[in-house]
Design a protein around this ligand. Structure first.
Ligand SMILES: [Zn+2]
Length: 280
């Protein structure tokens, strides 16, 4: 009896929700800042971004160089397995802590981007939302040649992270909101910032409507994800966790599979029977 056998058994007959984190995207080349193999990082906080203009300049300089790498990333076997489960009606929807949109790119239909998405920018004064691609054109115009000359940065600045150092960002010119001149911020939830209430409620509703919860590739370090595990466990629903290494939700797990999502999720998708049928 393997752990995957247990996971198949726990999820058989249920319509479940997936909660995903950075671990599902590492095989697409997006670094997991909290994984067991990751160097310790010092996450940038919302307060730093709001309160420090120099910090903001540095952030936008790195983001301007790094964000375009996101276009080169592709969904992996883990994302695709979840799509197959959704198409078969076994997976009701996905709550993701990732901002990379790889679930949607793989074909997932019902996705809640809990921590926002990398392809949008919001004005902190007037709340106008613009696409990151449009902002890139404006940043290029304000900082001709910067993105090209900064090719040695070599770090994807998508996850809010303050550690990596690049020089020559002090002359970078961030773009203000073109409607009101306010401060622009990626539409990403930072450390120290709350997930918008309506989004949290939508995610709770998705969990409440489902029979079980499958956590895939998250160490559940932050409460923004852990609370859905607690909710499902409180209601007596099976909680299956697939992750490399320990998670903060392990005590609530019905089954814990210590493994990578790219291998375990395809196996689950292969073996989970149609609802009403016996497990394979
Ligand atoms: Zn504005």
């Amino acid at each position: 009896m393997t752990k995957v056998d247990d996971a198949v058994r726990a999820l058989t007959g249920t319509r479940f929700v997936a909660l995903t984190g950075a671990g599902i995207s590492t095989d697409s080349g997006i670094p997991d800042y909290r994984g067991p193999d990751s160097p310790p990082r010092n996450p940038m906080t919302y307060q730093q971004f709001i309160g420090d203009e120099a910090f903001r300049r540095h952030y936008w300089a790195r983001n301007h160089v790094g964000w375009r790498h996101m276009h080169r990333t592709r969904p992996n076997a883990g994302h695709r397995a979840l799509v197959r489960l959704e198409e078969r009606g076994l997976l009701a929807g996905t709550i993701t802590q990732n901002v990379d949109l790889l679930h949607q790119e793989a074909g997932a239909r019902n996705v809640i981007d809990l921590h926002g998405r990398y392809d949008r920018v919001v004005c902190l004064s007037c709340s106008q939302v613009v696409s990151r691609a449009l902002l890139a054109e404006r940043l290029d115009a304000l900082n001709p040649g910067f993105a090209e000359s900064a090719g040695a940065v070599g770090d994807i600045e998508i996850a809010p992270d303050a550690d990596a150092v690049i020089s020559a960002t002090s002359h970078f010119r961030p773009a203000p909101c073109d409607s009101c001149g306010g401060v622009l911020k990626p539409e990403i939830v930072y450390f120290g910032e709350n997930v918008p209430r309506a989004r949290v409620e939508a995610a709770y509703a998705m969990v409440d409507d489902a029979d079980a919860l499958l956590v895939a590739g998250s160490s559940l370090t932050v409460m923004s994800g852990l609370r859905f595990v607690k909710r499902a466990a409180r209601d007596g629903k099976p909680v299956v966790i697939v992750n490399r290494g320990v998670t903060r939700g392990d005590a609530h797990a019905t089954v814990k599979v210590d493994g990578g999502t790219s291998t375990v999720l395809p196996e689950l998708a292969e073996r989970l029977p149609a609802r009403g049928a016996a497990p394979r």
